[in-house]
Design a protein around this ligand. Structure first.
Ligand code: ZN
Ligand code: ZN
Length: 292
């Protein structure tokens, strides 16, 4: 382990050790988040139970805009803080959809927000990558078995309904073969076509890939908590934007390739543009002028 990491952890502990932080969550996400935080910063995570977070937005098959996703997480964190009367609160929010590059791969983005009223700031952790979100419409049990095996059932839970993806007769928490088989055949008998819509469960407790992504987002949050503002010294000095415009190798005009990151302290507004490398140039294939 490198010494820098040790020092950073020591610094974070000064700010957060033994402080209670509320975590408003469903679907057992606390089992992923709380141990990572406790280990890295020594805080106590207090769960807010009995609040139905689904009121704040239903799960969709579209990737949300990042601003909406952050807003939902903020609202959840604030509700948890109010219910427990704490000055620190946390919540996570996930989203599934097609990947932002080709639109062909299932994609998962996880966010975790920490609101800190003591230091009047907010710190965000993020992770994104390929996610397990797949579906199949079939009347054939053998096809259903192939699909289930491919997506990692039964560790990966399934959701089943008749006919199409909007049918309200939904069966959730399917996590063993005999249960899957009996539900499949009873659902297949609902309509004459015998079609069954099967999909991977996106909720954290039924989606192992998503749990890994939530853990990564929590680690990113911990890293950002360990990054201190060069001006005011509080935690959370972190990257808020990637700036495109790396000059083209051929013509020197700005391209869509990222050339710098914008880092910001949300409390005092201190910011810093971190450029990757002065000599670096973009391949002309990314230049709108050389390769329109
Ligand atoms: Zn600052
Ligand atoms: Zn060019």
């Amino acid at each position: 382990m490198n010494t820098k990491e040790y020092e950073a952890k020591g610094e974070i502990r000064k700010f957060y050790e033994n402080k209670p932080i509320s975590l408003l969550t469903k679907h057992k996400k606390e089992k992923i988040i709380a141990p990572i935080l406790a280990e890295a910063i020594g805080c106590h995570v207090t769960l807010v139970l009995g609040y139905d977070t689904d009121q704040l937005g239903t799960f969709t098959r579209e990737i949300q805009r990042i601003d909406n996703q952050i807003d939902t997480a903020r609202k959840k964190a604030r509700i948890g803080m109010d219910l427990l009367g704490l000055s620190l609160g946390m919540a996570s929010e996930g989203s599934f959809g097609p990947d932002p590059f080709t639109g062909l791969m299932p994609w998962n983005r996880e966010l975790i927000v920490l609101i800190d009223d003591d230091m009047e700031t907010e710190i965000i952790g993020q992770a994104q990558g390929p996610g397990n979100q797949q579906h199949l419409l079939t009347s054939d049990w053998h096809e259903a078995v192939k699909f289930a095996t491919r997506v990692g059932f039964p560790d990966q839970y399934l959701i089943v309904r008749p006919e199409n993806d909007n049918n309200p007769k939904i069966h959730k928490d399917i996590n063993e073969w005999p249960k899957f088989k009996s539900i499949f055949f009873s659902v297949a008998s609902v309509f004459a076509t015998g079609q069954v819509f099967i999909e991977t469960d996106g909720r954290a407790h039924g989606n192992p890939e998503r749990r890994k992504m939530i853990a990564k987002a929590t680690e990113d949050l911990v890293n950002n908590m360990g990054s201190f503002c060069p001006a005011c010294g509080i935690p959370g000095f972190s990257m808020v934007q990637r700036l495109p415009g790396l000059p083209c190798m051929h013509c020197g005009r700005p391209t869509r390739i990222i050339y710098a990151e914008l880092w910001l302290c949300k409390k005092c507004g201190e910011h810093e543009k971190r450029e990757f490398s002065e000599e670096e140039r973009a391949d002309p294939m990314y230049c709108d002028f050389c390769n329109p």
